[in-house]
Design a protein. Structure first.
Length: 244
């Protein structure tokens, strides 16, 4: 039986001389590994369909017993070329792709990645979109930052910093023992807004988009500390971006 699926291309790996293994995200099955025969040949009709971050319609005969599924046919729905040609967007999408593969067990990721790609292509604040994506991952992992009060004493007053170890805001009183570097008010507001917002709130939170690279680093560190999820693509990202 032939199954037709729309997939987002997340990763390519060379296999043998002319073939590739392509990992894709599907709405129905999460992440699938596809065997694409002859993809590296110059005459391949499938190479264009499996460029990174493309939305592609594929035809496969899905078999639960096979680790890799063999592609029979593929056609591009949207190449998302800009995401590969712009270095800033490429660095951001590399993080999205890597973490999506590592968190493939969450079945809601297809819609989240779909929203992320759509917004990143349209906005002048792509890093804010990345942070919304990261915040959603933190929520899916059940390790949300505490941003309504001090995570140690519960005080809603005098918030001055964030403790990654404790997982949330810290007030001035508690920080006398911790001696953590303090954040300015605008950055603390931005962290709170990003932690509570969803993708569809983007238009309403753009005015809070300050120090977004610092927030990206904070969220990636939080994922690593509380969920054990590392992201090697962050080095590529940090090489191309500076704080706003």
């Amino acid at each position: 039986m032939n199954d037709q699926l729309e997939v987002f291309v997340l990763k390519q790996t060379d296999y043998r001389e002319h073939d590739c293994i392509v990992q894709v995200l599907t709405k129905e099955y999460g992440v699938l590994s596809l065997f694409v025969r002859g993809m590296k040949k110059t005459t391949s009709k499938l190479a264009y369909a499996f460029q990174l971050f493309s939305l592609t319609k594929i035809e496969v005969d899905l078999k639960d017993t096979e680790r890799m599924q063999t592609v029979k046919h593929a056609a591009v729905v949207n190449s998302n070329r800009l995401l590969r040609e712009d270095l800033e967007l490429l660095s951001i999408m590399s993080v999205v792709a890597e973490l999506t593969l590592k968190l493939a067990q969450h079945h809601s990721l297809y819609e989240l990645v779909q929203q992320t790609i759509s917004l990143i292509k349209e906005t002048k604040q792509p890093l804010t979109i990345l942070n919304l994506y990261l915040s959603q991952l933190v929520e899916l992992e059940g390790s949300q930052l505490v941003v309504d009060e001090c995570v140690r004493c519960g005080s809603k007053q005098g918030i001055v910093t964030v403790s990654l170890e404790d997982g949330g805001f810290i007030c001035e009183s508690c920080n006398r023992l911790l001696h953590l570097p303090m954040f300015d008010v605008d950055t603390l507001k931005a962290i709170r807004v990003i932690s509570k917002a969803k993708m569809h709130h983007f238009d309403k939170i753009q005015d809070y988009a300050v120090n977004q690279l610092s927030i990206t680093k904070l969220l990636l560190d939080h994922l690593q500390i509380h969920s054990g999820i590392t992201c090697t693509s962050r080095r590529f990202l940090e090489n191309f971006l500076i704080d706003d």
